[in-house]
Write a protein that binds this ligand. Sequence first.
Ligand code: AMP
Ligand code: MG
Length: 327
Amino acid sequence: MSPGEVRAPDPAALREAAALLRARQLVAFPTETVYGLGADGLDPAALAAIFAAKERPADNPLILHIASADQLDAIAQTIPPAALRLAAAFWPGPLTLVLPRRPVVPPIACGGLDTVAVRVPAHPVALALLREFGGPLAAPSANRSGRPSPTLAAHVAADLGDRVAMILDGGPAIHGLESTVVDCTGAPRLLRLGALTREAIEAVLGPLAADDPGSAALRSPGLRYRHYAPRARVVIASTWELPRIVTQLRAAGERVAVIVREAEPGPGAATVWRVPDDPEFVGYARELYAALRGLDAGGVGVIIAESVPERGLGRVIMDRLRRAAAR
Ligand code: AMP
Ligand code: MG
């Protein structure tokens, strides 16, 4: 096997992957959110390799993935009732809980904080690998820091192919957005919006505290950094404005690509990426990062992305577009 080899997730590959992980190597694998860059979640040297490969700032903590909620006790010092209710409702699934950590969890996994982030993923390949490995795996998105998260094995190979021991190919990620992170160390707080909507969480817990981006950014260090950004400039436009903005940027000599759901971009766009227009924005969420990466690879100067209403996954798509557009 050569480093970075893309493998079908058959039983032999899963056994080899677990052996590599035990030897402190990095293995990328599919999850239902995005592809993860896996390493032994309790081994500081293996965790350091994640930060090096991704070029990730040391104060941006990782998420530990476990095969079932039974393993929570081993890494979390206490599990408040709200966390138990969320885990019962949404695990396995795209929800990460932040809890007080046990000393067994290395500080490097937690950005030096006294808390640990943990989830049970729903993807069959992720679960099979966790069972084969037998312990928690840290698995941040398998991209270079700052780039759009990977939703295909090919995205991982493009960013990290020379820096991982193996890439397990499970096809396209199901949600295409990262997990939603909820701090359960006090009154539950949303730290990062993701594939599980605020509405779904509030249906279980009741209304959450209003967004307070300032302090949420402090408690969830990853939110401070520029994220999800392709090389091209990203501009957000409403369905109605979009054709006019295409024309304007084109007239200014820009090479323009568009991501559209309902909009008609007109003749000025060099490349058109049309996402599915289902009413809950599931298709847009699934294809957003692939669109940003794909259009970028085509070498355009500006990507104009159609905005969506701020509800359900629409809120998350808009959050990611704003971060991608921020310079
Ligand atoms: P990812 O790169 O998608 O795995 O992102 C992990 C994100 O989870 C981090 O960037 C933080 O925003 C959040 N996170 C992880 N651990 C903690 C923690 N202990 N406290 C607060 N937020 C955390
Ligand atoms: Mg990430």
